[in-house]
Design a protein around this ligand. Structure first.
Ligand code: NAD
Ligand code: TYD
Length: 332
């Protein structure tokens, strides 16, 4: 199989490329990535010289480029997106461009070239917040941030290309990922690296918001199952089964970095902050045999250890962005 992975220089895309190249010894991958602030070729140093891997710097909104690449592959897996809720609150135009228009550009090419599989990587955030129970794939979409709305736009557009144009679209909706190579703006790498530097951890609101944490390689395995065994036109939730409050998560990070609670800084809540995300993953478990890891604390500890051992990876990213983004966002 030859795959077009978009956004492969980001956190999940780079882990996915590594997973596929290691597992399927004949597969080839083209990685199309614009290299925004979140795209980082350091994430892929170990595969850069693999003869089955090719990197193309470019934008998924560039129809001419996409039209050249798509006929070369059997499947498209669209990870490319603007992904950070806080940035979408400050500026949302780039989210609409990439997450909606970029998705449209890829779908048009898949339609034209009759691509055998198109996987849209979506998120649990498209369902919005839920107080009790869990969202199934049939739940109503009710996104609350410009980020989740732009993802819902791409997600719905993808579905419509299946219904109207018979493009073999499959959609995955995953919960919050964690693991190596996550850009240090998302809560786990931000808090871990801040703690390692004895900087404060800006905890939003009362810290009681709940997220379901999914280890990144479990997400990759879920997408792999959908790619190989999923049914065209279907949606699959991919959760980790690890729901905890942000305060509980912060306490674990402080324990694993050996730092004290005085580092926690309560800051104003994020506007429109979703209280709880929760996915019902019975469908992918039953139909595709998905089974996420059950050792959350161990995986979180090993993630903390990875950031502690890989200062070379994150320090320059934070130094580059601290002056502008971090200062504006956190005033610390
Ligand atoms: P990320 O921000 O780490 O990486 C995004 C990548 O997309 C970067 O490499 C960036 O350069 C690239 N990109 C952005 N705009 C582009 C464009 N116009 N053309 C080509 N490349 C472009 O994101 P991530 O956390 O790896 O998320 C990947 C996907 O998974 C996204 O679609 C996201 O919505 C989804 N997702 C993420 C999570 C999570 O917890 N991180 C959970 C569920 C779903
Ligand atoms: P984040 O990693 O941005 O993911 P998402 O908003 O997509 O779920 O945030 C995870 C949770 O952590 C969310 O409830 C917001 C909270 N959070 C903080 O309390 N402080 C922070 O500095 C950040 C970035 C997030």
């Amino acid at each position: 199989m030859k795959l077009l992975v978009t956004g492969g220089a980001g956190f999940i895309g780079s882990n996915f490329i590594r997973h596929i190249l290691n597992k399927y010894k004949t597969y080839k991958i083209i990685n199309l990535d614009k290299l925004t602030y979140a795209g980082n070729l350091d994430n892929l140093l170990d595969v850069a010289s693999n003869r089955r891997y090719k990197f193309v710097k470019g934008d998924i909104c560039d129809a001419k480029l996409v039209d050249k690449l798509v006929p070369q592959v059997d499947a498209i897996i669209n990870f490319a997106a603007e992904t950070h809720v806080d940035r979408s609150i400050m500026e949302s135009g780039s989210f609409i461009k990439t997450d909606v228009f970029g998705t449209h550009t890829l779908l048009e090419a898949a339609k034209k070239h009759k691509t055998a599989r198109y996987i849209q990587i979506s998120t649990d955030e498209v369902y919005g917040s839920i107080q009790k129970g869990s969202f199934t794939e049939k739940s109503t979409l009710s996104p609350n941030s410009p980020y989740s709305s732009s993802k819902a736009g791409g997600d719905l557009l993808a579905r419509s290309y299946f219904v109207t144009h018979k493009v073999p679209v499959l959609i995955t909706r995953a919960s919050n990922n964690f693991g190596p190579f996550q850009y240090p703006e998302k809560v786990i790498p931000l808090f871990v690296t801040n703690a390692l530097e004895d900087k404060q951890l800006p905890l939003y609101g009362d810290g009681k918001n709940v997220r379901d944490w999914l280890y990144v390689t479990d997400h990759c395995k879920g997408v792999d199952l959908v790619l190989h065994k999923g049914k065209d036109g279907e949606i699959y939730n991919i959760g980790g089964g690890n729901e905890i409050t942000n305060l509980e998560l912060t306490s674990l990070i402080l324990e694993y970095t050996g730092k004290g609670k005085e580092l926690i800084k309560r800051v104003a809540d994020r506007p429109g902050h979703d209280r709880r995300y929760s996915l019902n993953c019975a469908k992918i478990k039953r139909e595709l045999g998905y089974a996420p890891s059950t050792n959350f604390k161990q995986l979180l500890k090993s993630t903390v250890d990875w950031y502690a051992a890989n200062l070379w990876w994150w320090k320059k990213l934070k130094d580059r962005d601290f002056g502008s983004y971090y200062k504006k966002q956190y005033k610390i």
